[in-house]
Every structure is written in C-alpha cells, then in structure tokens.
Write a protein that binds this ligand. Structure first.
Ligand SMILES: Cc1cc2nc3c(=O)[nH]c(=O)nc-3n(C[C@H](O)[C@H](O)[C@H](O)COP(=O)(O)OP(=O)(O)OC[C@H]3O[C@@H](n4cnc5c(N)ncnc54)[C@H](O)[C@@H]3O)c2cc1C
Length: 300
C-alpha cells in the first residue's frame, strides 16, 4: 500500500501480523524502517532527516513475547507495550521505580499512551530518558532476525547517537529487567529547558540495593544520560559509595566524581559547563533522595 500524507514524503506501508513476516520484510528491503509508536520516527521523516521507502508498522504483530514476570523473577517487557501500560508492571518490581520515575518524566500523558520503551532505546538519543535507568538495572535486550536470536546488555547496545548494534534485518523483541534484591530503591532525575514535555539536558539514574559486603551496606549504581554521546555508568561512584557510611559529604564527593567523569558538549540546548554543573546537582539530589528513602516506602 502506498501513502502520501500531508507534510510527509510518499512511502509504502505494511502492517505484518507476525514477527516472521516483519523480519522477512526488513531483510528483503534495505530502505525499510520498522516502527512502534512512531513518536520519534514520524517527526524525523517530517523534518526530512531521512526518507524510508517502506514503513513496517509493528503494532499488529501478535507473537512478540507478552510482558510477564518469568519463572526466575525477571521482568520481560514486550516491545509493543506503551510506556503508560508498562507502569503497573514496574510498581511491584524491586528497583522498578528507577525506570517508572523516568517514564513519568518522559513527554506527556498522551505521548506515553503511544510511545514505547523499545522505540526510546532504538532511537538511541543521548537524551533518551529510559536508557540510564535500564543501564542501572543491568537490563538485557533480545535482538532477533530471520536466522538468529541474540541477547545483548543494554550498555553494549548503543554505539553513538542514533546508532545501535541492532542490524537492519533485526528487531528488538524483548527487554529483560534482571531480578534485583528486595528493598532496592531507585530514582531518575532530569533537567530540561522547561518543565513541560522537553527532552533532557541531562539526567541521572541512581539505584541502591542492599549489599552486606559493602561498608555502607549498599551497592549503588549511578548512570548519567544527556552529557556524553551515550549514557555513562559512573563506576567510580559505585566503588566510592561502597566504602563509606552514607552522609552528605559522601554524597557531595560522589556527585563530584560523576561530574568529573562526563565530557559534555555545548549545543543549542545547554553549554557544556551548565550540563556538568547539573550532573553534580542531580547526582547529589538523587543520592540524597534514595538513601533517605532506603527501607521506606517506594519513591513516587
Ligand atoms: C512531543 C514529544 C516529546 C518527547 N519527549 C521525550 C522525553 O521527554 N524524553 C524522551 O526520552 N523522549 C521523548 N520523546 C521522544 C519519543 O517519544 C520517545 O523516544 C519514545 O519512547 C519513542 O517510542 P516510539 O515507540 O514512538 O518509537 P518509534 O518512533 O516507533 O521508533 C523510534 C526508533 O526505534 C526503532 N524501533 C522501534 N521499535 C523497534 C523494535 N522493536 N526493534 C527495532 N527497532 C525499533 C524505529 O525504527 C525508530 O528508528 C518525545 C517525542 C515527542 C514527539
């Protein structure tokens, strides 16, 4: 079927009902582009950033794995599920609030009814809000082609802005959140140019889990997005936080480690210096919020 909508260049459109059919279309046609919610894709086509000749709509595929808690307690996420429908699944999943707090800051309620986690990941924007939380959770992704299925860690998925290891003939068919220790706590904080649905200038995800082997009794993951070309896990923060009883001075030092680890760019949205200052500030705020709430009811 060929479409020509106002403001968009003409394209062919297919709506496969099975994963096999979608994968065959993608492997046969190099100018084909799959999409889920379309909230990233259509603005890019409209602004003529690129022009796919065939759009493959993934929303009607019946045989993607359903969102579910697996037998081992991992949360397997279907790539078609909207961000809004994903939220209840994260509610009772240990550490899930690091991702749900990011989703609640992503776009508007109507956008979250349409947009997907898979699209946010595969679009691979440095400012994508879900990627830092997914890295903090050590998530894994399943990539499938007609011939193969492989699993990659989310931190190995991104190559550079807009580029991932997902090949033209592959689709992301599941996102897997590994089981986290009970009482894990997390939060994602971001700053944009305004409080309305704006892409982040930078964001910080913090996830804490109980760890008896650490002096602090806690393992902490700190991940920064929007500052470097791809989100960065601050390994020095995890190491440092494990060795000290948490207090404000320790949080301030950790925030400095995060700010030192990033190499932000200046662009239309922010100067490099402002981004770096915000990485410090957001890390400090996220650590304070998470440690204060550790052992209490989830942060919402
Ligand atoms: C007004 C507005 C506000 C926004 N605000 C934010 C914000 O605050 N934070 C933020 O992070 N983003 C924001 N976005 C961007 C966008 O909404 C999100 O990135 C969203 O999660 C994309 O999901 P989608 O399903 O619509 O992706 P799509 O547009 O369907 O796809 C995006 C990319 O992923 C690929 N893709 C999709 N699904 C698959 C799959 N299963 N396998 C392989 N490739 C796939 C597509 O080919 C495309 O390249 C905003 C967008 C708009 C228009």
């Amino acid at each position: 079927m060929s479409f020509s909508l106002s403001g968009l260049p003409a394209f062919d459109y297919r709506q496969p009902a099975s994963l096999k059919e979608a994968l065959e279309l993608l492997s046969a046609e190099t100018a084909a582009q799959a999409y889920s919610g379309g909230t990233d894709l259509f603005p890019r086509i409209r602004s003529r950033q690129f022009h796919p000749h065939l759009l493959v709509d993934l929303k009607s595929i019946q045989d993607f794995p359903a969102t579910q808690l697996t037998k081992t307690g991992e949360l397997l996420i279907n790539p078609q599920i909207s961000l809004a429908h994903l939220l209840p699944w994260l509610h009772d999943f240990a550490g899930g609030e690091v991702l749900s707090s990011a989703i609640l800051q992503l776009g508007t309620p109507s956008l979250r009814n349409r947009a997907t986690l898979a699209g946010n990941l595969c679009n691979a924007s440095p400012a994508a809000d879900s990627i830092a939380p997914l890295m903090a959770l050590n998530s894994r992704l399943v990539l499938q082609s007609c011939q193969t299925s492989r699993e990659v860690r989310v931190e190995d998925f991104l190559l550079s802005p807009g580029k991932t290891v997902c090949r033209q003939d592959e689709l992301l068919t599941a996102i897997i959140l590994p089981i986290q220790p009970a009482n894990s706590r997390g939060v994602y904080l971001k700053i944009g140019r305004n409080r309305a649905a704006d892409l982040s200038i930078c964001g910080v995800a913090v996830l804490l889990s109980p760890d008896e082997s650490a002096v602090s009794g806690t393992k902490a993951e700190v991940v920064v997005s929007g500052a470097n070309p791809i989100p960065i896990k601050i390994l020095a923060a995890r190491e440092y936080l494990a060795g000290y009883q948490p207090d404000q001075a320790v949080f301030q030092h950790t925030a400095r480690l995060a700010a030192q680890a990033v190499q932000p760019i200046s662009d239309l949205r922010s100067s490099a210096a402002y981004r770096q200052a915000m990485v410090y500030e957001l890390t400090l705020q996220a650590l304070t919020a998470c440690f204060t709430a550790f052992g209490e009811k989830p942060i919402r």
